[in-house]
Design a protein around this ligand. Structure first.
Ligand code: NDP
Length: 480
């Protein structure tokens, strides 16, 4: 069985404890590799390597960083097929999705921030006749990047790329459920000429390896993407030692459909927004709210399209719905379907586990599920399910749509469908979320700020926001 070791100081090394965890393939329900079960000793090794690498990497020219990061992007692209298959095996997502979205985006992350490093500028402010102030933005030192299992290489590299572009050295931890693509990234970085110790990848569990990164006194900034309760725990750990934090957390996103929207397009996009990656994207629209004048028509068309989605072996090119990431997650999502029914919800389609034949007999597959008839304040409409389960509600007018949209503890993303320009502006200003998509979903210009409000987190990623996060600003005031 393949062993997934840590990547520290440019080499693959086993965990200090010698212990490994079983890594399961969600589509088969069987272990297929063993992943290093790291802890504080491994994080310390990584920290030593990162500290030694920092002085030289932080002084490496921007051109050199640009060239290395571009070679990493090319290395990812050269291994597109290998990485897409690895990601699909690890995560249960359709290989076609990994090939179309996750892996190209991982390469784009390195390319984008390689270029950003070359263009990053800081401000100067003149006090006329008195002084000139300039802002010096310097790398922080050794930083930690912790990412979840749902978009494994995509989110992992979204953090690592700006951190190294700005001259930091990194200790990064992927989820222990999806370690394979992060593991493969190590050799890509070595091949691209990234100096040893600039990126260190520590595999293992959140409470041991992750916690050791968060609580390490030498690691001065943490960029974390994951669940809201884990984010709260990390914030509590980091606050007394004043670490810089970026927290990208959960969501319960509304997908708002007005009667004047482009009907065919909105139906198709609602299916994509609900069930891409089995609904396991933080930005998925898990609450569809539809104007009552088209509620029946929309619901019928939506359900019909959902029933056409092909559930199958993620390795099959034609599969649209793969497996859920783990047995525990499968049971968690299933329990929400039972909860929705006990809360008075009516299942319009789905609701059952799926038994596939062949190698996937024991995989964790669930039908895409659409539920209606629930009140806004029930748990199903308030808690993040993070699976192929959506609810549909109706609204009368703009005011009610706004109330329903904002009535959760989360504020990550909203998708708004209307042709009314004034309404677009009014609602965008009033909606409490960090991202508002109008007549689209999951469209990203990497230069824009990315992140949530309320319990969806603090901090912004993307573009200059990420470059600023990974630097410390110093003001130099020079008197005339
Ligand atoms: P978790 O919060 O469980 O885990 C995220 C990462 O943190 C994993 O690598 C995990 O390790 C690690 N971790 C867990 N406990 C600790 C700890 N005490 N200290 C340090 N690290 C720790 O989230 P999931 O992996 O279950 O991901 C799903 C969640 O992520 C959803 O809530 C989703 O909305 C959110 N998410 C948010 C996004 C955003 O941009 N806002 C994007 C994508 C997902 P391990 O897995 O080994 O436990």
């Amino acid at each position: 069985m393949k062993q997934i070791d840590n990547y520290i100081n440019g080499s693959y090394i086993p965990p200090v404890s010698g212990n490994y965890l079983e890594n399961f393939e969600p589509a088969t329900g069987k272990p297929y590799s063993q992943v290093a079960d790291s802890g504080p000793n491994d994080v310390e090794q990584a920290y030593q390597a990162a500290s030694v690498a920092f002085p030289s990497w932080s002084k490496t020219s921007l051109e050199e960083r640009f060239l290395i990061m571009n070679r990493i992007a090319e290395g990812i692209e050269r291994r597109m097929e290998l990485l897409a298959v690895a990601e699909s095996i690890d995560n249960g997502k359709p290989v076609s999705l990994a090939r179309r979205m996750d892996i190209p985006r991982a390469a784009a992350n390195f390319r984008f921030f390689a270029t950003a490093a070359m263009q990053f500028a800081s401000e100067s402010h003149e006090m006329p006749g008195t002084a000139i102030n300039y802002t010096l933005r310097q790398p922080i030192g050794v930083v930690g990047c912790i990412s979840p299992w749902n978009l494994p290489l995509y989110l992992f590299t979204w953090k690592i790329a700006p951190a190294i572009a700005t001259g930091n050295t990194v200790i990064a931890k992927p989820s222990e459920m999806t370690p394979m693509t992060a593991y493969l990234l190590g050799e890509i970085c070595t091949e691209a000429g990234l100096p040893a110790g600039v990126l260190n990848i520590v595999q293992g569990l959140g409470p041991s390896a992750g916690q050791a990164i968060v609580s390490h006194p030498g690691i001065k900034a943490i960029s974390f993407t994951g669940g809201t309760s884990t984010g709260a725990h990390i914030a509590a750990t980091a606050a007394p030692v004043f670490k810089k934090l970026s927290l990208e957390l959960g969501g319960k996103n509304a997908f708002i459909v007005f009667e004047d929207s482009d009907f065919d397009r909105v139906v198709s996009e609602a299916v994509r927004a609900s069930f891409s990656n089995q609904g396991q994207i933080c930005l998925c629209g898990s609450r569809i709210i539809v104007q009552e004048s088209i509620f029946e028509k929309f619901t019928a068309a939506f359900v019909e399209k959902v029933q056409q989605l092909r559930i199958g072996d993620p390795q099959d090119e034609n599969t649209q719905i793969g497996a859920l990431v783990s047995e525990a997650h499968f049971h968690k999502v299933s329990s929400y379907i039972a909860l929705a029914q006990s809360e008075g919800g009516k299942i319009l389609t789905g609701g059952n586990s799926v038994k596939l034949s062949g190698r996937c007999t024991d995989g964790w597959f669930l039908e895409p599920t659409v539920i209606t008839g629930l009140s806004q304040n029930c748990r199903t409409n308030q808690e993040e399910i993070f699976g192929p389960v959506v609810t549909i509600q109706s609204f009368k007018d703009e005011a009610e749509a706004l109330v329903l949209t904002n009535d959760t503890r989360y504020g990550l993303a909203t998708s708004l469908w209307t042709r009314d320009l004034s309404r677009t502006h009014r609602m965008s200003a009033a909606i409490q979320s960090g991202i508002i998509w109008v007549n689209c979903w999951l469209l990203r210009d990497l230069r824009t700020p990315f992140g949530g409000v309320k319990d969806s987190g603090v901090g912004r990623e993307g573009g200059w926001e990420a470059m600023r996060f990974f630097t410390e600003a110093k003001n130099v005031c020079i008197a005339y």
